[in-house]
Unconditional design. Structure first.
Length: 135
């Protein structure tokens, strides 16, 4: 935002360090408490959850293949709707301005399709003889 680093006071820095430390301790304590609650109250198993557990690792592994394809499809759909994406030279961030609805719908679509695609492809890969023992 153009502010100079020299204008930030030492008191502000110390206050932010204290807040960051407290938030970090809370985060770790809450995570442990949530894990313990799940151990006590959410420790159940069904045929569906057993199957999902078997496919989880392969679904994780195929994310790198599925996600770029879905995001590429979203970018192509945006271009077809008149919103081509572009990048300024030397920049990794897109300079494209999109309507908020396009961003929200794109996030929902890519999130949903990527979860379905990763789990489906992971399940299909586990059907290949020999891979079910590895994945």
């Amino acid at each position: 935002d153009g502010r100079d680093v020299d204008t930030i006071s030492l008191g502000f820095v110390l206050c932010m360090l204290g807040v960051g430390t407290c938030v970090g301790v809370f985060c770790m304590a809450f995570t442990v408490a949530l894990l313990d609650w799940c151990r006590l109250h959410a420790n159940w198993q069904t045929a569906s959850s057993r199957r999902l557990c078997e496919v989880a690792y392969s679904a994780y592994l195929v994310q790198g293949l599925v996600l770029p394809l879905i995001v590429y499809g979203y970018a192509e759909a945006l271009a077809a709707l008149g919103h081509p994406t572009y990048f300024r030279p030397g920049s990794w961030a897109s300079a494209t301005r999109l309507p908020e609805a396009a961003l929200v719908l794109g996030w929902l679509a890519t999130s949903t399709l990527s979860v379905i695609g990763c789990w489906a492809l992971g399940a299909l890969l586990r059907c290949i003889p020999g891979l079910s023992n590895v994945l």
